[in-house]
Design a protein around this ligand. Structure first.
Ligand code: 26V
Length: 811
């Protein structure tokens, strides 16, 4: 915890402001004030950062490196203040200077270097590693443009670049002296020297990888870990003017552009793999730079390279950083002179891998030709890993050629990244129980049979510091008043809150807190979208990436059905509802973009129909991002987790919602199952096909969307409404959605689950009418959310995978 009193803080702040802006505080803009505050807090953090690093070097503690293409951090100011334990002091100090802390916090640009769940998980993990005293650091890419900014224009998504670095970034420190060279292309010369093969990479295109370090402060424990993000620069920063003739000049510019392209932009897809060469380049770029710098660091500490696996663990977030496996082999063999067997032992012991999806279309594989040309030495190593692996398979599965070619790392003209990840690591984990079971029994059954010891489950989690303490201060206070503070460091202690489930005073207080959060969100909605919503309606929320398997369409069709009932009978007795959606569609994902158009069209019609007396409102909030989620989630009452069973690996917003007291309506998919197990069937609303039923339909067929539609008048009507001009004069507008459901037999069982979903929604309506029942459900959900803190998840990774104990000492 940082010991700083209000007086010192005020003094430091005023000084910092003058030094940065060359004027007095009273003359500055809010932006000036934010910059000065961020910069001052960074200075405070740097002290602890230096001390933490010294401590790590002194103790020789095992270091964990979390490699990820994405870190979706959001804003840093508020959470850093919270973790340093100085948020209240700063707030009061600023107040006395006539400055509102929250106003400044709101000025910070989100750091949006991720697509969704996978990237946000990496950010939660960084927070938990630092807070649990684990020496764990992030390694990724400093994209110049993060996840695109979404605008809704005439009801459709329009993408704009996210120029998040425009006004600088107070949190990063550039470290040019730690830059590394990454080599692309060229060829490999193989020589035999004294009976040993020597590999020399020649005629390659060098790229300079320059690191930017971001401090990650733990919660009141003096630990500051590092997130290192790499930026690509040409090797000779500017092109070489000495050879200034036309040809060279253009070549030099071309080289500069092609190098800078590497860290230019985050790929905005998260479920459709495309074999884009630039993405492969990005992957090798940060993995190679990261590994080189880590190994140099460890060597500097005097560590015997043969014991590297005792001193570091490298975790790969999905297959995106899987080139860490051959790259580590390359460094150990070609640069450190270690033989294959030792290098392989070190590599396997060092690397562990998390799988985040079973969607076949998201599995990465690279065309051999592309791979070989771009990374010739790495390809040779992958080929050798594959040769040895296949030899092993031949001995085990004599004559079973089909099985062998299915499992091979290189086959059918591709390098299969998930296979490389399983073969080259000591641990493979899924992110929720069901997901891990599906990996073991279906998607990776052959590998599980061969390496059962590698497979394990680590159910995801979320940091309760951002998703409860920071974003829901009133609920945090209620918890402190009722059960004390132990849950802050030991989140499962939130279970003590269950004792208050039937306590009328606590129920009332909880209701008031939720209502305040709803009003806060209603104000944002009024400001952003110009829509007035009723704070006494049920806030029914689905916010996440727009994807067919997440079934925003199912949600939308039931709104259309309810609207039909209401127009026929405006006196229908329902609790008024506000349906809130937000989420981005991948720019090339036509069906997802059409889904947004449908939601906004349904909203336009319903919100302006006087007949239904404001009983329903539909809102699509633009530009979903971490900071917006922090306003939406504390205000939610119903959490929509309605993916097709088996398709959502875990989900993490489900955990954030329950922690903030929302009731979940869900299929038994991903971590919804664990949530159900925690709160019991009475405190969650479950519907839909079971895992078995879904798998049977996929394997054996037998589902007819058309017949399901014909057998249900409500479905007939709402699907018809997609093409009869009800929601658009242009009858073609939603035809793709209609066809996906009816012509192409509804891949994600939207119509099959429709009836069950409607019944579940009716249950929600009647539960909500019972004030005391609803509040007690809400209390039970909050009380059981502690287990979904990423602190629990990270403890499991640390003890079960990384073998890194805790440093329970104060730095
Ligand atoms: C895949 C691809 C495919 C190629 C284009 C770029 C790209 C970027 C990311 C991904 C990975 C998507 C996988 C993912 O985000 N999975 C989500 O992971 C969450 C954290 O484990 C989990 O809660 C969600 O259920 C799962 O969908």
């Amino acid at each position: 915890m940082l010991r700083i009193d209000k007086k010192t803080f005020k003094h430091d702040y005023i000084e910092k402001f003058r030094e940065m802006h060359g004027k007095d505080l009273s003359e500055g803009t809010d932006n000036n004030r934010y910059e000065a505050l961020g910069s001052l807090i960074r200075d405070y953090v740097v002290e602890k950062w230096i001390r933490t690093n010294k401590c790590y070097n002194r103790t020789g503690e095992k270091q964990v490196y979390y490699f990820s293409m994405e870190f979706l951090l959001g804003r840093l100011l508020g959470n850093t203040l919270l973790n340093l334990g100085i948020r209240d002091t700063c707030k009061e100090g600023l107040n006395e200077l006539g400055i509102d802390l929250e106003t400044l916090e709101d000025l910070e640009q989100d750091q949006g270097l991720g697509n969704g769940g996978l990237g946000r998980l990496a950010a939660c993990f960084l927070d938990s590693m630092a807070s649990l005293n684990i020496p764990g650091h992030g390694c990724g890419i400093r994209y110049k443009y993060g996840f695109f900014e979404q605008k809704i224009i005439n009801g459709s998504q329009v993408e704009a670049p996210d120029n998040w670095l425009r006004d600088g970034n107070v949190w990063e420190i550039k470290k040019p002296d730690k830059a590394q060279i990454v080599k692309f292309g060229g060829e490999v010369r193989v020589e035999s020297l004294n009976g040993e093969l020597k590999f020399t990479h020649m005629n390659y295109d060098p790229v300079l990888a320059v690191p930017y370090d971001i401090p990650v402060a733990g919660y009141e424990n003096n630990v500051v870990n590092t997130l290192r993000l790499w930026s690509a620069e040409p090797v000779n920063n500017e092109f070489d003017f000495s050879s200034f003739n036309r040809g060279d000049y253009l070549k030099a510019i071309e080289y500069k552009n092609s190098v800078e392209a590497i860290s230019q932009v985050l790929y905005p897809d998260d479920s459709l793999y495309e074999g884009k060469r630039l993405r492969l380049k990005q992957q090798y770029f940060f993995v190679s730079a990261g590994l080189q710098s880590i190994i140099k660091h460890h060597k500097k500490q005097g560590i015997d390279i043969r014991n590297l696996d005792e001193k570091m663990a490298i975790h790969i977030n999905d297959t995106h950083p899987v080139l860490a496996i051959p790259e580590l082999m390359r460094i150990l063999m070609d640069e450190e002179g270690i033989g294959w067997d030792d290098a392989w032992r070190i590599t396997i012991n060092t690397i562990s891998y998390t799988n985040h999806t079973i969607l076949a279309e998201a599995l990465e594989k690279w065309p051999i030709d592309m791979f070989k040309k771009l990374l010739p030495r790495i390809y040779m190593i992958v080929e050798e890993i594959n040769r040895r692996f296949c030899e092993d398979l031949w001995n085990r599965y004599i004559g079973q050629w089909d099985k062998i070619s299915k499992m091979a790392i290189i086959s059918d003209g591709y390098v299969k990244m998930a296979h490389l990840a399983v073969v080259g690591s000591h641990s493979v984990n899924g992110v929720a129980k069901l997901h891990t079971e599906i990996l073991k029994k279906q998607e990776m059954a052959n590998f599980y049979y061969m390496y059962p010891h590698k497979f394990n489950n680590k159910t995801n989690g979320i940091t309760h510091r951002r998703w409860l303490i920071k974003s829901n201060p009133e609920l945090t206070n209620l918890l402190k008043e009722t059960i004390g503070r132990s849950w802050i460091k030991h989140p499962t202690d939130m279970e003590n809150f269950e004792r208050f489930a039937e306590d009328k005073a606590v129920q009332q207080k909880l209701y008031e807190i939720k209502r305040n959060n709803k009003i806060h969100l209603a104000n944002i909605i009024a400001e952003q979208q110009g829509i007035t919503i009723n704070p006494d309606s049920i806030f029914d929320v689905q916010v996440k990436r727009i994807h067919a398997y997440k079934r925003q369409t199912l949600n939308c069709l039931r709104i259309m059905e309810l609207y039909n009932r209401l127009t026929e009978n405006p006196d229908l007795n329902i609790v008024p509802r506000t349906f809130i959606f937000a989420g981005k569609a991948a720019p090339g994902y036509y069906l997802a973009k059409k889904t947004i158009e449908l939601i906004t069209a349904v909203g336009d019609k319903i919100n302006n129909d006087k007949r239904i007396k404001d009983k329903l409102k539909v809102v699509f909030l633009e530009n979903y991002r971490v900071s917006l989620a922090e306003s939406i989630i504390p205000a939610a009452e119903l959490s929509e987790q309605i993916s097709t069973t088996t398709k959502e690996a875990s989900g993490t917003s489900n955990m954030k919602f329950m922690m903030n007291g929302a009731i979940t309506i869900a299929t038994l998919d991903g971590a919804n199952i664990e949530i159900r197990d925690e709160v019991g069937d009475d405190n969650i609303v479950i519907f839909g096909l079971t895992e078995r039923e879904v798998l049977d339909y996929y394997q054996k067929g037998g589902y007819s969307a058309w017949n399901t539609c014909q057998g249900d008048e409500r479905i007939k009507r709402v699907t018809n409404d997609l093409i009869n001009g009800c929601y658009s004069y242009d009858r073609e507008k939603f035809k793709t959605i209609y066809e996906h459901l009816l012509t192409y037999n509804d891949e994600f069982f939207v119509l099959k689950d429709f009836d069950s979903y409607l019944k579940a929604q009716d249950r929600v309506d009647s539960l909500y009418r019972d004030f005391s029942k609803w509040q007690s459900m809400s209390i039970i959900n909050i009380a059981h959310s502690g287990i979904f803190s990423s602190d629990r998840t990270i403890q499991e990774y640390a003890t079960g995978i990384w073998g890194s104990g805790y440093l329970y000492k104060n730095l």
